[in-house]
Write a protein that binds this ligand. Sequence first.
Ligand code: OXD
Ligand code: MN
Length: 614
Amino acid sequence: MTATAVRSTARAAAPASAHPSVIAWVERIASLAQPEDIVWCDGSEEESARLTAQLVDAGTLTPLDPVKRPGSYLARSNPDDVARVESRTFICTNDAADAGPTNNWEEPVTMRRTLDRVMLGSMSGRTMYVMPFCMGPLGGPLSRYGVQVTDSPYVVLSTRTMTRMGTAALEQIGPDTDWVPAVHSVGAPLDPGQEDVAWPCNETKYIVHFPESREIWSYGSAYGGNAILAKKAFALRIASAMGHNEGWIAAHMLLLKVTGPTGREFHVAAAFPSACGKTNFAMLQPSIPGWKVETIGDDIAWLAPGADGRLRAINPEAGFFGVAPGTGASTNPVAVETLTHDVIYTNVALTDDGDVWWEGLTDEVPEHLIDWRGNDWTPDSETPAAHPNSRFTVSAAQCPTIADTWDHPDGVVVDAVIFGGRRATNVPLVSQARTWAHGMYMGATLASERTAAAEGTLGELRRDPFAMLPFCGQHMAEHWQDWIDLGARLEATGQAPKVFQVNWFRKGEDGGFLWPGFGENARVLAWILGRVEGTAHGSESPFGVIPAPGEIDFEAAGVEPDQWRALFATDRDALMAEADQTAEFLSSMGSRVPLAIDAEHALLRQSLSALPHG
Ligand code: OXD
Ligand code: MN
């Protein structure tokens, strides 16, 4: 098509409800990417069925057994397109200093030139789909809008599950609506007559964010966060910059609702780095009678003070894009039940009877599988059957523990904020921050050990402040300041949530985990809520307030008294060594580190120096 023809196609196909600003943008991108055709997505069942059939024909999706996994499909990606590519993810602020030390920065004008070059004709021979979407409940005060164009029907199906996508979202975009434009191309134009491949993509990849103009451009990948731009690119990176200007926070956090034995309801927001069990915690099945946990979100929360001065949160997403390996009946039975129907699986293994399998789904390993690359696999094979980053894409509404409040437009009131990493040493099972600033110090210094540490020494720490390291679209230290400012607003009305740190992963001398985790984490959650309610007294420690003797029945969780003590042990030398590493980390964040964080670090050092030697 000529550029003029492309433009007029974009306009002709636009629904009557499309705002002129959206149409003009679609025309502009169409004349750059030069697709064969343009389809405005309505988000309907019929559209989804049509695209699914098309993807089955193209070999991108394999239907699973309709009795074992009704409505479900398996996709196998190109083996070089299997994960988010952080090295190709850019934050293009006008001033490099505003992207901060943790992001790849590139000068916006140069980057725009590069994008124009790679996007020129990048969709030729393909259909460009226009997907209006809403993050958060439609019309909600905390919700925000976006429009993504993509040349991947697989990305359309994924976005339909992960967001409120289609006509209803488009109708919300009026003259005064700020909406985020997101351009996505797999970067694989087709010549006339050229046969397509099952998973088109390009070796060259760009995942680019312009936080100041609130734009996203993605080229070369169809996988997950690289391509479902509503998720990490919008709901975390662009949203962190939006929140900075508008007084709210985009957080890499799960949200859950807990009901205690008295019937009192609480809501909890928890930040754990990627692959530290957010989905498992969000779907927790408490081991203690009388407690119920319901799910609101498993990955992202948007947080803002409500009109009543209390902290409110929404899950901006509508689905779960979860890691399959490690999800099984013993680790997350709720996820296993959620995944029984209407799921798109990507890069898991296929069983001989047309079902899916991945490491950790069952204790028993099937005798024969087709692995994620499409090859025969047996238990003797040297590579995993499912890719370690294989995924399921499923609607949140079909989770059996989804809370009735999960899509409440005003969000839920957050009673407790939790930070947690994967730490073999030093960090106790649970502690409560003394103050909001102390809690923010816990968030800012969050880390996971890269290697299992030997007893008494400290493994190399991968810092992941607020679990946002790959997802912060602003200067990291400014993100910390936003949290501190949020606390000041909440404290002004005396209604700030309590802040806690947890660590399910501390190891004993024998290298084994000291705490069983999973359903037993409910005991920790119950203590946290006891602190919120004022029924748990706790005791002072250098880490903050920890459970007083008798406040957590650890023996019922199968933990011996000496293991329990080890979960809270303070090794002065190891803690001092960590404090030195933390000082280096804080100075690597530059001059924008909030004074309150530096002050907390000094306080920690003071309390460590009071610890007995040896
Ligand atoms: C995710 C991640 O996919 O954090 O949620 O990487
Ligand atoms: Mn995540």
